[in-house]
Design a protein around this ligand. Structure first.
Ligand code: UDX
Length: 466
């Protein structure tokens, strides 16, 4: 039977980006591919990228779209993420049953849903179609999730007492590393009623019911954790960094093209062209994380006081509690015209690869972390929630490729870490990140671990029948 893969990403920027990269890799490997997107995100993709024409060159590729179940004028902001995935589930469940049981030519032989879509795993098992989950969060966080049942059983979570510096000792491999403040849900009060804790539990329960697990990482970065994860899911394919694997396999070696849901402001590149080498710190908190106005001002003054140039992505929904005011941003920027540039969305991979960039102040989203490693940029981590909190700890203490600010957001501290990153500790951090970047490159080259893992994945998909 002709192998036909159906990819189903979480309807947010980061997983859409990674899944489209995986979809294009499958197209290059000659597989039949269907990409299931929400109508809302598909419209944004078509509006802001060349995705439509890019994928037209692959005759065995098609997009399918479904409603996300929310009204057209719903804000779909990060604060309403729970609402979005609940409403999408109600639409996706019957759709998946229909497409898997109905007459599709050729029939879908393998579903690759985001790890959070535990229900897709159930449906595949129910109708007898193979399923391989793709967890787009960081593997270090996934490992913490896999330890949740034990942590709950031991009474380690929810935490007793308010001291966030206490070590969590029951996560094998992280005994001397993981403090409460590095935990994905550090404000958790009740596992049974917390939506995100419940989702994480369902996510890990579905892992052993999948044929395999895809992770966007490479052996030289996450080897010890991958061994632990494989004790739960032996068929774990570490195929990352996906954007680099794609770039390496594309005949024209182009940088993986934009999959942005927002319009990229390319004036940021022109501004960077006029700046000295490694003189600019790039500031971006990804597609979902928000700041309070107080935090935003502390970051602003810390950056200005550091004397270092900066390029800051200020999304229009970056502020948590208040309406974002373009006037307010204009006034801020006017006070520091020579050294600061603000855009509402940037071509991030291009920005990070620009020679003028010397470092990245990031929320430690998993894609941003991988992109920063590939482009050899040390990081300052301001982790907001979920996997970001574990990832930032690994950036600072395990890989030693950045500085973890963890919870101390005042202008003096920000000024200090920016100077540390860009001046004082520059050479040391650069050396570590250069080494990891080189290992990433080797991993996706012919015969490398991620290259081989992708070949195994494609072979396994070809073998999976109905
Ligand atoms: C979300 C969660 O916040 C994160 O914790 C988890 O690891 C993945 O899902 P997100 O906030 O979207 O991620 O961050 P990240 O994983 O870093 O992905 C953002 C993507 O958007 C990156 O691929 C980045 O290149 C792109 N981006 C970001 C742009 O293209 N332009 C920008 O201006 C900002």
């Amino acid at each position: 039977m002709c192998p036909h893969v159906l990819l189903f990403p979480l309807p947010i920027q980061s997983p859409i980006n990674s899944m489209l990269q995986l979809a294009e890799l499958f197209c290059l490997a000659g597989l039949q591919v269907t990409f299931l997107n929400t109508n809302h995100n598909q419209q944004l993709l078509y509006r802001h990228t060349n995705v439509e024409s890019r994928f037209k060159q692959y005759s065995k590729f098609q997009f399918r779209t479904i409603s996300d179940g929310l009204p057209k004028d719903h804000p779909r902001s990060s604060l309403l993420f729970g609402e979005l995935i609940t409403s999408l589930q109600a639409v996706a469940e019957p759709f998946l049953r229909e497409i898997l049981l109905g007459v599709t030519e050729p029939a879908v032989t393998c579903v690759i849903p985001d790890g959070l879509f535990y229900y897709a795993v159930d449906i595949c098992n129910e109708v007898g179609v193979s399923v391989i989950s793709f967890d787009t969060i960081s593997p270090c966080c996934l490992w913490v999730y896999l330890c949740f049942p034990k942590l709950i059983q031991n009474g380690d979570i929810p935490f007793k007492g308010n001291d966030l510096d206490v070590l969590i000792e029951n996560v094998p491999g992280m005994e001397d590393l993981l403090r409460r403040r590095d935990f994905p849900f550090y404000r958790l009060t009740n596992c049974a009623t917390d939506l995100y804790c419940q989702l994480a539990l369902k996510e890990i329960q579905s892992i052993p019911r999948s044929h395999g697990l895809i992770l966007n990482t490479f052996e030289d970065l996450d080897g010890p954790l991958l061994s632990l994860i494989r004790s739960h899911c032996p068929q774990t394919y570490a195929v990352g960094p996906l954007h680099l694997q794609l770039k390496t396999r594309l005949a024209d070696k182009r940088m993986s093209s934009s999959n942005s849901l927002w319009e990229e402001d390319h004036s940021s590149i022109q501004w960077l062209d006029a700046q000295p080498t490694e003189s600019v710190i790039y500031v971006s908190f990804g597609s979902l994380a928000t700041l309070t106005k107080k935090e935003m001002l502390e970051f602003w003054h810390g950056l200005v006081n550091s004397g270092i140039r900066f390029l800051w992505v200020m999304r229009s929904d970056l502020l948590r509690e208040e309406e974002f005011s373009h006037q307010f941003v204009k006034e801020l920027a006017a006070g520091c015209k020579e050294r600061a540039y603000i855009v509402s969305w940037a071509p991030q991979e291009k920005v990070l690869s620009h020679p003028a960039i010397g470092g990245f102040l990031t929320h430690s989203g998993w894609n941003s972390t991988m992109e920063s490693i590939v482009e050899r940029k040390p990081m300052i981590c301001w982790a907001v929630y979920v996997d970001q909190r574990v990832t930032s700890r690994f950036v600072g203490e395990v890989w030693k490729i950045g500085l973890d600010m963890k919870d101390i957001c005042d202008r003096d501290n920000i000024e200090k870490v920016v100077k540390d990153l860009m001046v004082t500790n520059k050479e040391k951090l650069k050396k570590s990140v250069d080494k990891l970047s080189m290992l990433a490159e080797i991993s996706v080259g012919e015969g490398g671990s991620s290259y081989n893992a992708f070949e195994y994945l494609v072979d396994d998909i070809k073998k999976l029948g109905r």
